[in-house]
Write a protein that binds this ligand. Structure first.
Ligand code: NAG
Ligand code: NAG
Length: 169
């Protein structure tokens, strides 16, 4: 029996090519992100999914390279979501923005966004994005200007006290 009859080959091709695209896809830029501590940072994850097959749950994760932790703490992270529908393709696009309003050096690490179809369990994961939080070069200066101001105030106070004492005697 001839297994690779042209018709069989054609059928296999047809089946492979008519496979629907994945029910859920996660997209966002791969480039590492660098930001200075104290500033804010927003990462965007776009999940493309077929509404017909899939109701999704999407999450951002953080890893300090020991473990992958889901990002949830509302005191540190702001998660905002919006969604559009591409009517022609019967697809929905959901953006999940992860915002950290005042970066700390410890926010450096790898971030990842993933999405899951709630009913079928089909999953899609984005790649790890490296986030590098650099020290604020002016942080020390701000502190010294402030303490310099305090010293100046203290000196002015001492000076006026001396004047006051001189006037009294
Ligand atoms: C989703 O939110 C982002 C940021 O606020 C905005 O730039 C974008 O236009 C919004 N998209 C939709 C479809 O509302
Ligand atoms: C973070 O960025 C700084 C400044 O651009 C660079 O010197 C440092 O090597 C980067 N660290 C990592 C882990 O990429």
């Amino acid at each position: 029996m001839q297994i690779f009859h042209p018709t069989v080959a054609f059928l296999i091709m047809f089946v492979l090519c008519s496979q629907p695209t994945s029910a859920v896809i996660v997209r966002y830029p791969r480039e590492p992100v660098t930001q200075t501590e104290g500033l804010s940072l927003s990462l965007k994850c776009t999940v493309e999914y077929r509404k017909k097959d899939c109701d999704i749950e999407a999450k951002w994760w953080y890893t300090n390279s020991y473990e992958l932790l889901p990002i949830m703490d509302p005191n540190t992270y702001l998660i905002t979501v919006n969604e559009t529908e591409l009517e022609t393709k019967k697809l929905r696009l959901r953006n999940i923005f992860l915002t950290i309003s005042s970066l700390k050096l410890q926010d450096s690490g790898l971030y990842q966004c993933d999405a899951k179809c709630l009913d079928s369990g089909t999953q899609a994961k984005g790649h790890l994005v490296a986030v590098n939080i650099t020290a604020d070069p002016y942080k020390g200066l701000k502190v010294s200007t402030w303490s310099g101001q305090l010293k100046a105030d203290a000196a002015a106070l001492a000076f006026s006290t001396i004047l006051l004492l001189l006037r009294c005697y």
